[in-house]
Design a protein around this ligand. Structure first.
Ligand code: LLP
Length: 427
C-alpha cells in the first residue's frame, strides 16, 4: 500500500510504524489493515459510479463494526449474506435501507429479521424464496423491495470469460429457458413484494470488463421482455462484484472508473435501442475494496532445507488464517520485512504450522538464503477472504485485525483466546 516504507535500519514501516513494533505490540500472526487506503478505495468507487448509481460493499470479503462505520461515512451501501453479517451491520449503525440481503438459502428467521429491520433490498434466489419473502412481508404488514438474481450464462475467471447458454451452479434463476422470466411473473403478482430490479453476479477476481458487458446486455434483454409482457419498467439493475486485484506482479486490475464507464455505456446504449429508461445501476465490490488494504505479518519458526528441491520456511499461522492458497491455488507474494538481507535468493515455500501438508501460504517464493527463526515475513493483499474465511483448525486462535491510520494502530477485531475456544466447548 501507499504508506509502506523502509527505515534506515532496514525494518519496513507501515504508516510510519516499524513492523517490529507492530509484532511486539499485537503479536503474530496478525492482519494489518490500512484505514486510509480502505477509505480511499471506497471513495474511488463512489466517485466512479456517481450519484445516480450505488456501490454496495460485499461484506463477505471482510466485515467488522469499524469497517461498517467507514463504509457508512464514505457513502457506500452494504451487501450481507447471513444473519450474522446483518447483525454486525446493524450493530455498527448502518441504516437498514442501505443494506441488501443475499443468499441462495436464507432461512425464514433471516428473512424475518431483514424485513423487520427494513433492509433496502432482498435479492431473491429461488422460486421458494419468492413466496417465502412475500409471506414474511405480508405477515409483518410490509412491502419488501426485492431484486431477482439471474444467471446470465457468463462464466468469468480472471482473464477469460465464457458466454454460454447455461450455468451449472447453485445461484440465481436462469435467463436461458425462461426461469428468470417466470420468477418475474410470480414476483409481480405478490402483494408483499415490490420488484425493483434484476441482479447478476458473474464471478470473482476478474480482470476484463467484457464479461460484465455481456451480462449487462443480457440483463437489459430481460428488462425489455418484462416491459413487453407486463408493461412494467424495472428501475434497477445490479451487476454484482468480482473485480480482480493484484496478488502478484502478473495481475493487471481494472480501475473502478474503467468498470463504471464500461457499464454505463453498455446499459445506456442497450436501453436506448430497447426504448427503455436507463435503470439505476449498482455494483457489489468486496475484494477490490478491502483486498489490497491489508497484509498478514508472520514470524518464522523453523527453516528446513530440502537439498535439490526447495527450502520450507514455517511461519506461526497458515491455512487457518489464509485458506485461499490451499483452496484455490491462489498466488501470493511474501517479503522479509524485519531487516534487509544481501543473501542470495533461495527458492522457498512458506508453510504454516498445521497438521496437513497442504498447509501452504505461498507456494513459490524467493526469500534471502539467510532467512531464520525470528524473522518477520509479510504477505500482502490478504484483506479479502482471509480473516473472513479463517478457521480454528488445530484449535488455532484466529488472528486479530489491526487498523493502521495516521501513524497509530488499533485493534478492530481482537485475537481469539483459549478462553474463547473453551467457552464454546460446553461438554
Ligand atoms: N456480490 C455477490 C452476489 C457475490 O456472490 C460476491 C462474491 C460479491 C458480490 C463480491 O465479490 P468480489 O468483488 O469480492 O469478488 N471466497 C472466494 C470468493 C468468493 C466470492 C463469492 N461471492 C475467494 O476467496 O476468492
Amino acid at each position: 500500500s501507499r504508506t509502506v516504507g523502509r527505515g534506515e535500519d532496514g525494518v519496513v514501516t507501515v504508516g510510519g510504524i516499524p513492523v517490529t513494533r507492530l509484532a511486539e505490540e499485537f503479536g503474530t500472526p496478525a492482519y494489518f489493515l490500512d484505514e486510509s487506503d480502505f477509505r480511499a478505495r471506497c471513495r474511488a468507487w463512489r466517485d466512479a459510479f456517481g450519484s445516480d448509481a450505488d456501490v454496495f460493499y460485499a461484506g463477505k470479503a471482510f466485515l467488522s463494526r469499524a469497517v461498517v462505520r467507514w463504509l457508512h461515512e464514505e457513502g457506500l451501501n452494504l451487501d450481507v449474506c447471513s444473519a450474522g453479517e446483518l447483525t454486525t451491520a446493524l450493530a455498527a449503525g448502518m441504516p437498514a435501507e442501505r443494506i441488501a440481503l443475499h443468499g441462495n438459502n436464507k432461512s425464514t428467521e433471516e428473512i424475518t429479521r431483514a424485513v423487520e429491520a427494513g433492509v433496502g433490498r432482498i435479492v431473491l434466489d429461488s422460486f421458494q424464496e419468492i413466496v417465502r419473502v412475500a409471506h414474511v412481508a405480508e405477515r409483518l404488514g410490509k412491502r419488501q423491495r426485492v431484486q431477482i438474481r439471474v444467471t446470465v450464462g457468463v462464466e468469468a475467471h480472471t482473464h477469460e470469460f465464457i458466454a454460454t447458454a447455461h450455468e451449472d451452479q447453485k445461484f440465481g434463476l436462469a435467463l436461458a429457458g425462461g426461469q428468470a422470466a417466470e420468477a418475474v411473473r410470480r414476483a409481480l403478482k405478490l402483494d408483499g413484494l415490490e420488484l425493483v430490479g434484476i441482479h447478476s453476479h458473474i464471478g470473482s477476481q476478474i480482470f476484463d470488463t467484457s464479461g460484465f458487458e455481456v451480462a449487462a446486455h443480457r440483463v437489459v434483454g430481460l428488462l425489455k421482455e418484462v416491459r413487453d409482457e407486463h408493461g412494467v419498467e424495472l428501475p434497477e439493475i445490479d451487476l454484482g462484484g468480482g473485480l480482480g486485484i493484484a496478488y502478484t506482479a502478473d495481475d493487471d486490475p481494472r480501475e473502478p472508473q474503467e468498470i463504471a464507464t464500461a457499464l454505463r455505456e453498455i446499459v445506456t446504449r442497450e436501453c436506448a435501442s430497447a426504448g427503455l429508461a436507463v435503470p439505476r445501476i449498482s455494483v457489489e465490490p468486496g475484494r477490490a475494496i478491502v483486498g489490497p488494504t491489508a497484509f498478514t505479518l508472520y514470524e518464522v519458526g523453523t527453516v528446513k532445507e530440502l537439498p535439490g528441491l526447495r527450502t520450507y520456511v514455517s511461519v506461526d499461522g497458515g491455512m487457518s488464517d489464509n485458506i485461499r492458497t490451499a483452496l484455490y491455488d491462489a498466488e501470493y507474494t511474501v517479503a522479509l520485512v524485519s531487516r534487509t538481507s544481501t543473501a542470495a535468493p533461495m527458492l522457498s515455500r512458506v508453510v504454516g504450522k498445521h497438521c496437513e501438508s497442504g498447509d501452504i501460504v505461498v507456494r513459490d517464493a524467493f526469500l534471502p538464503a539467510d532467512v531464520a527463526p525470528g524473522d518477520l515475513l509479510a504477505v500482502p493483499a490478504t484483506g479479502a477472504y482471509c480473516r473472513s474465511m479463517a478457521s480454528n483448525y488445530n484449535h488455532a486462535l484466529r488472528p486479530p485485525v489491526v487498523a493502521v491510520a495516521d501513524g497509530a494502530a488499533r485493534v478492530i477485531v481482537r485475537r481469539e483466546t483459549e478462553e474463547d475456544l473453551l467457552r464454546l466447548d460446553v461438554g
